[in-house]
Design a protein around this ligand. Structure first.
Ligand SMILES: *[C@@H]1O[C@H](CO)[C@@H](O)[C@H](O)[C@H]1NC(C)=O
Ligand SMILES: *[C@@H]1O[C@H](CO)[C@@H](O)[C@H](O)[C@H]1NC(C)=O
Ligand SMILES: *[C@@H]1O[C@H](CO)[C@@H](O)[C@H](O)[C@H]1NC(C)=O
Ligand SMILES: *[C@@H]1O[C@H](CO)[C@@H](O)[C@H](O)[C@H]1NC(C)=O
Length: 156
């Protein structure tokens, strides 16, 4: 017959196992279902590692064979806009220029967050010289004198 203390020990053991499993799961694990995510995701055939998750934007570009070359552009009203240019690690830039500018409430990552199907990498692999702009409200931009926490920064 099971005693109450046995049940309590069992609960703690299960909790401990659950915590260990969660710690072991990397932040880059992607699964098709919630069940798979909690069922040994490291060996589960419904899970995979997405190398683009939880890494910097430079790392994402590297995963797809590119280097992000950073250019800063100062506007007349002294905002500093970061614009990235894709550089092929083996050959140099492409020979026809394409400038991609993101939409509302987004930033240049819209063009690199879809693995090999990302528009930036797709065009880069076709041999285009790809430039990626960022508007001044994104985290990739700043102002020469104003901090982003200063309400004046947002008066543009
Ligand atoms: C589930 O995920 C695995 C690994 O990412 C993939 O190979 C498989 O095709 C997926 N299956 C379905 C039904 O989406
Ligand atoms: C990756 O995830 C950890 C927590 O799991 C976090 O501390 C870290 O800042 C993340 N790194 C990036 C580059 O997002
Ligand atoms: C993505 O593209 C790179 C560069 O062309 C290639 O090396 C890699 O195998 C591709 N990955 C997938 C998952 O298609
Ligand atoms: C770049 O130039 C090469 C050689 O002139 C040409 O074959 C290729 O189509 C060009 N690529 C683009 C994207 O225009």
């Amino acid at each position: 017959m099971r005693t109450l203390s046995f049940d309590i020990v069992l609960i703690f053991f299960n909790l401990f196992a659950l915590i260990c499993e969660n710690v072991a799961r990397g932040p880059s694990t992607v699964c098709n279902t919630t069940e798979a995510y909690f069922d040994h995701p490291d060996t589960n055939s419904n899970c995979r590692i997405d190398k683009d998750l939880n890494v910097s934007v430079s790392e994402i570009a590297k995963n797809h064979g590119f280097t992000l070359e950073k250019h800063t552009i100062e506007t007349d009203d002294l905002y500093v806009l970061t614009t990235y240019r894709l550089k092929k690690t083996d050959k140099d830039y492409g020979n026809k220029t394409i400038f991609l500018q993101h939409g509302l409430m987004a930033d240049f990552t819209s063009f690199i967050y879809n693995g090999n199907n990302s528009l930036a990498f797709y065009l880069g692999n076709l041999g285009y010289d790809v430039w990626l702009g960022n508007y001044r409200d994104t985290e990739y931009c700043s102002h020469k004198y104003l901090l982003r926490t200063d309400p004046k920064y947002w008066e543009f």
